[in-house]
Design a protein around this ligand. Structure first.
Ligand SMILES: [Zn+2]
Length: 300
């Protein structure tokens, strides 16, 4: 178990807590609408909603009793419940606040080293569904980063799905890997990588889509090697690293396709195989920095 320094102060201003609010969606579901999720749209198969591509509609539209944008903003449970490392030891949502604070402190430091300034990204905690600039976020989309509003959308319930449906061991650092991956996309966005690949819709093990996802895994590994040394004190054991690697493998395209479709179609890969996801996470971890994360040259 990750043990946080009880006296570390949590910064909940990096979180928008919309849990408990349901904001009806307008238009398609986020992933396919520009959001970059940690896994493909396979969740639709699990939750059994009809439709393909970004027109999933389905459940999202059932929730169309719009409360109006921002209705649940400020409802923020985390703002009151998550103040210190001691809270992060007790509550999953506060633990996520601690990891997000540490991830952003790390990238602020790395960008400074690059002579650049890091623009923080807000993480939206939601339950059920909520709106984003990339479309409706639902439990079916899984966690994702939306370049359109530079926010990360996270339904904490996904961590149960990761264990129950994807067979991951789970645990604090499996969850940290998921959110660090999404911040990897934010870093790519700030560095202009996403703009360079945005028009390329091809799939397959060497596609720009897969290379971008593997780069986000690598950037998650780079942070992991430096985790807990910034504003929030905690230690990352080898056992924790193993749960992150296990989570990376659990969301490999081949593993998911094998599990849910019974056959693997490499040319349809959008996120990379389990082995490649683990490989690039380890590359970032071993180098303890983003300089090892050039997944766009050579074999992905
Ligand atoms: Zn991703």
């Amino acid at each position: 178990m990750v043990d946080f320094d009880d006296n570390s102060q949590l910064d909940t201003s990096q979180i928008e807590d919309r849990r408990g609010g349901r904001l009806g969606g307008r238009g398609g579901i986020a992933v396919g609408g520009g959001g970059l999720g940690i896994i493909g749209v396979i969740l639709a198969l699990i939750f059994g909603v009809g439709g393909g591509g970004s027109g999933l509609g389905g459940r999202a539209s059932l929730d169309d009793q719009a409360l109006g944008p921002g209705a649940s903003q400020g409802a923020g449970e985390v703002q009151t419940a998550c103040r210190t490392g001691a809270d992060a030891d007790e509550r999953e949502d506060c633990r996520m606040v601690a990891f997000i604070n540490d991830i952003q402190a790390y990238w602020r430091h790395e960008f400074k080293n690059l002579g650049r300034s890091y623009t923080p990204a807000t993480t939206v905690f939601f339950s059920g569904s909520t709106t984003s600039a990339c479309g409706t976020a639902t439990e079916q989309t899984g966690p994702f980063y939306c370049p359109g509003d530079k926010k990360i959308y996270l339904d904490l319930g996904f961590f149960r799905t990761l264990q129950d449906q994807f067979g991951a061991q789970g645990g604090p650092f499996a969850e940290a890997y998921v959110v660090a991956h999404e911040y990897g996309h934010h870093v790519q966005n700030l560095l202009g990588v996403l703009d360079q690949i945005s028009g390329d819709r091809r799939t397959g093990p060497q596609s720009a889509a897969v290379r971008s996802e593997l780069q986000a895994d690598c950037l998650a590994g780079a942070w992991t090697a430096n985790a807990g040394r910034g504003v929030i004190g905690f230690e990352v054991t080898q056992r924790e690293i193993a749960t992150a690697l296990d989570a990376a493998a659990a969301v490999g395209d081949d593993r998911i396709q094998e599990t849910f479709q019974g056959r693997v179609i490499p040319e349809s890969f959008t996120h990379g195989s389990s082995e490649r996801r683990q490989h690039w996470f380890q590359e970032g971890y071993k180098a303890a920095g983003p300089e090892a994360c050039n997944t766009f040259s050579g074999t992905a």
